[in-house]
Ligand binder design. Structure first.
Ligand SMILES: CCCCNCc1ccc(S(N)(=O)=O)cc1
Ligand SMILES: [Zn+2]
Length: 263
């Protein structure tokens, strides 16, 4: 029975699971957020998000998720404040989701799973010239996490959902412009948890200041079903695999504390 449960686990989780925790990693993501264990940090400031829709450029199926990519050659779409000392530049956002609405998020809140999770990825443009440099540095990156729950249709998301059939296969790209990513944020962006973590897919770099919104956003069942119509596999491969369950298993907390804003 042990091997069968191990088999089920591996069948449920895609290839990048590899070792359950990166060897030697002591700040790996995702984790379970224990609400009552989070510490008020009076120094946390409000977040300042300034996203310019004109920097949005394309949607790309990279074989793990679909990425909405931004032109990050200038400081036009930026994130400041909160736990961050510097200015961080938006380079892409993407999602993680399940094969059913019962699971799909990477982080959990007191073990509660959400249907999906949005990640808005930024890099420290005060200190580095490129994402590829920042990803090698402790706290070179800042990722905003937003939970998705099933409810009413998200009008802002629909523009993105409508182009997903064009990137059904791995390595496909479609032009996608003038999209304001801030429409995907919850009403109150100053209600968040923050902790020191890592990328949740290879290279699993321990470079991320995570900022997880307490308020989920709502999307409709049909909108999430379109996410599941995407494929992990490229057009050439004979066996097509649905892009579902593209989340990493939870990682040990290793003594880290979750900080939150004073209520
Ligand atoms: C050096 C090239 C890395 C490409 N991939 C980066 C990457 C991976 C995971 C995440 S996540 N899921 O932690 O937000 C963001 C960005
Ligand atoms: Zn992610």
């Amino acid at each position: 029975t042990v091997c069968s449960s191990r088999y089920v686990l591996s069948a449920l989780h895609p290839m990048w699971q590899g070792p359950l925790a990166a060897p030697g990693g002591n700040r790996q993501s995702p984790i379970d957020i224990r609400v009552r264990k989070s510490v008020f940090d009076p120094h946390l400031e409000p977040l300042t998000l300034e996203y310019d829709p004109r920097t949005c450029s394309q949607v790309w199926n990279n074989g793990y998720s679909f990425l909405v990519e931004y032109n990050d050659t200038t400081d036009k779409s930026t994130l400041k404040g909160g736990p961050l000392e510097d200015t961080f530049r938006l380079c892409q956002f993407h999602f993680h989701w399940g094969e059913s609405n019962a699971w799909g998020s990477e982080h959990t809140v007191d073990r509660r799973l959400f249907a999906a999770e949005l990640h808005l990825v930024h890099w420290n443009s005060n200190k580095y010239k490129l994402f590829e440099e920042a990803v090698l540095e402790e706290n070179g990156l800042a990722v905003i996490g937003v939970f998705l729950k099933i409810g009413k249709r998200h009008e802002g998301l629909q523009k993105l959902v409508d182009v997903l059939p064009a990137v059904r296969h791995k390595d496909s790209v479609v032009e996608f412009t003038s999209f304001d990513a801030s429409c995907l944020l919850p009403a109150n962006i100053d209600d968040y948890w923050t902790y020191a973590g890592s990328l949740t897919t290879p290279p699993l770099s321990e470079a991320v200041t995570w900022i997880i919104m307490k308020q989920p956003i709502e999307v409709s069942h049909d909108q999430l079903a379109v996410f599941r119509s995407l494929l992990f596999t490229s057009a050439e491969e004979e066996v097509q695999k649905s892009m579902v369950n593209n989340f990493r298993v939870q990682q040990p907390l290793k003594g880290r504390t979750m900080e939150t804003i004073p209520e």
